[in-house]
Design a protein around this ligand. Structure first.
Ligand SMILES: [Zn+2]
Length: 74
C-alpha cells in the first residue's frame, strides 16, 4: 500500500488515503476521489494516476501514468 494525497472538488485541504499498488497503478476508490454515492464509480477502485477502473480479477495492464481525472459536478 502507498499513500496518495487527493484534492477533492470543494474541499480546501488535500486528504491522504491508502492506495492499492498493483501493476504500477495506485488504486483508490471513486468515493475517495470525490465521486458521490450515486455514482457507479463510488465503490469502484480507480487508478489515481491514469484513471483506469480496476478489474475485479486484478488483471489490468500496466499503468501508463499520469492523466488528469476530473470529477463532473452533479
Ligand atoms: Zn494507473
Amino acid at each position: 500500500m502507498s499513500q496518495v494525497q487527493i484534492k477533492r472538488p470543494g474541499e480546501a485541504d488535500r486528504v491522504t488515503v491508502e492506495a492499492l499498488d498493483e501493476n504500477g497503478h495506485r488504486f483508490v476508490t471513486g468515493g475517495e476521489l470525490g465521486f458521490t454515492e450515486g455514482s457507479v464509480l463510488y465503490k469502484a477502485r480507480c487508478c489515481f494516476d491514469c484513471g483506469i477502473v480496476r478489474r475485479a480479477d486484478g488483471q489490468n495492464k500496466a499503468c501508463r501514468g499520469r492523466v488528469s481525472v476530473e470529477v463532473r459536478a452533479a
